[in-house]
Design a protein around this ligand. Structure first.
Ligand code: SF4
Length: 188
């Protein structure tokens, strides 16, 4: 726990999906009945799981799914770093960019033209690339979370299994090192 702040009540966990597919969140829900044990141990704070949109309190753990593909992702990730004592990159996309980072080898302008003008299935009679100011600006490439803020732990997998997430959370809540058995981090 950082600083002199005193956390009252159960430790809080926040989660976010940035440039991800929500598969890592689904994996967290896959802990099945252990979710009942988890909510005895922690309180979920800002998260798509409970639809809390803004941080009201400091959190012990922040789980980040997905890397940063737009300015909104960067803003959310920086807030998580500010409000969470322990920040975890969950899964391939947060850790390395994942599937969204496949665009990193192609100039952004070319990606947009292919998606909105030239792609074989595109129907866009106005020949306009979306540019509404409400749409978060795309970054030139997709950045893994640790290239934007400091990350404390990385959980591998696409997605990390429910058991991996469970082991990691319980270890951190017990204030002991995360030790993932081989079966949880082999992928063949
Ligand atoms: Fe989805 Fe896999 Fe990325 Fe998780 S790591 S957000 S499951 S693609």
């Amino acid at each position: 726990m950082s600083g002199e702040e005193i956390i009252v009540g159960k430790p809080k966990v926040a989660t976010a999906s940035l440039a991800g597919c929500f598969g890592c969140h689904m994996s967290l829900l896959d802990i099945d009945e252990r979710i009942l044990d988890l909510i005895e141990l922690v309180e979920f704070h800002k998260s798509p799981i409970n639809d809390i949109k803004e941080f009201q309190d400091r959190c012990l753990i922040g789980l980040i799914e997905g890397g940063c593909c737009n300015e909104d992702n960067v803003e959310v990730l920086r807030k998580f770093r500010k409000y969470c004592d322990i920040l975890i990159s969950v899964g391939e996309c947060a850790t390395m960019g994942g599937i969204p980072a496949l665009r990193n080898t192609i100039p952004l302008e070319e990606c947009l033209k292919e998606a909105y003008l030239n792609g074989p299935t595109v129907c866009n009679p106005q020949k306009q690339i979306p540019n509404d100011p409400e749409i978060p600006l795309l970054l030139n490439k997709v950045y893994p979370a640790h290239e934007v803020v400091k990350i404390d732990y990385y959980l591998p997998g696409c997605p990390p299994s429910a058991d991996t997430l469970w082991e990691a959370l319980v270890a951190l809540l017990d204030n002991r090192p995360i030790e993932l058995p081989y079966q949880l981090i082999k992928y063949d």
